[in-house]
Write a protein that binds this ligand. Structure first.
Ligand code: NCD
Length: 309
């Protein structure tokens, strides 16, 4: 497998192997023995959109495997002078970079590029517009498995701005491939998809109904940057109907865990008490982000590298 763009490029056994590797790394992510794995390799982070945890965890993951990391953000690079993504990638190929982690506002930008032309560099999707965010879904699945022991019997609610969420799309894709068959979507009508996606068991505006017996809730931010003129409820109304506070969380199963990919808008999609409460896995998700990204680099570069060297 040359690129990691979404889970369509992976077989079921490929997904299982990747997840197993994430969980293995999560036991000892900072083991100095890992540093030989990508020794001498060069990885570039190419981010056309804002990011804190995704960019930094890809960087830490690469360092932990012994790779060199170069960070490029759209401001301050030739992108500002109008260079296309394709020309930027070809420049990086000529420089000798082994893999590029790309975050871009345009949906499917990398899928379109690789169909159009062979790109002789490993591309890793760190979020494409309203498309996919596979490394986030991978870390979410690993976090759920670590917290609950397995995904068997999981009843998951994904709440908020589903329409624009690459995190929701990748999680539905990955978790349904892993056998989760009770995924419910909730949010205001204008932030739900026009049609109920495949592998989703319920789509509703009523958060309280969706929460019945749920054992995981994944909260999402309203992605104002992708709204394109949609009318939204005001913040108080939104929080009252689609925000998660302690009282509403009591409607779920008592063991229900709470996830959020971040950044959290406290007081909008989630109260402070829930974000910082004992059922919150938000900090575990961020920590798992490093192991997930180590496993992705390992899958794409480690064995290929052994053959090339
Ligand atoms: C998400 C993203 O960028 O899609 N964040 C992340 O990667 N941690 C979700 C968001 O921006 O709301």
């Amino acid at each position: 497998m040359q690129h990691f763009l979404d889970f369509n490029q992976l077989s079921d056994s490929g997904i299982e192997a990747l997840l197993k590797q994430v969980l293995e790394y999560s036991h000892q992510p900072a083991d100095p023995g890992h540093r030989q794995i990508l020794d001498g390799r060069v990885i570039t982070n190419l981010f056309y959109e804002a990011s804190t945890r995704t960019r930094v965890s890809f960087e830490v993951a690469a360092h932990r495997l012994g790779a060199e990391v170069i960070n490029i953000s759209a401001g301050g690079s030739s992108v500002e002078k109008g260079e296309s993504l394709r020309d930027t990638l070809e420049t990086l190929v000529s420089i000798g970079v082994d893999a590029v982690v790309v975050r871009h506002p345009q949906t499917a930008v990398l899928n379109d590029l690789v169909v159009e032309k062979d790109i002789e560099i490993a591309l890793i999707n760190a979020g494409d517009g309203c498309g996919h965010h596979p490394s986030q879904a991978l870390l979410d699945a690993a976090t759920l498995i670590t917290a609950r022991g397995s995904l068997v019997g999981l009843k998951l609610v994904i709440a908020g701005d589903i329409r624009h969420s690459r995190v929701a799309r990748s999680n539905i894709q990955l978790l349904s491939r892993l056998g989760v068959d009770d995924i419910r979507l909730v949010g205001p009508k204008q932030l739900l998809p026009d049609e109920c996606p495949q592998n989703v068991s319920l789509m509703t505006e009523d958060f309280d109904i969706a929460l019945a017996d749920a054992n995981a809730v994944m909260m999402l931010r309203i992605q104002h940057e992708r709204m394109g003129g949609l009318e939204l409820p005001d913040t108080d109304d939104y929080h009252r109907r689609w925000g998660l506070d302690k009282a509403r969380l009591m409607l779920a199963h008592p063991d229900c865990v709470v996830l959020h990919p971040g950044p959290v808008n406290r007081g909008v999609e989630m109260s402070n008490a829930v974000a910082d409460g004992s059922q919150s896995l938000i900090r575990s998700q961020v920590a798992m982000g490093v192991s997930a990204r180590m496993a992705i680099f390992d899958m794409l570069l480690a064995s290929a590298g052994a053959g090339q060297r």
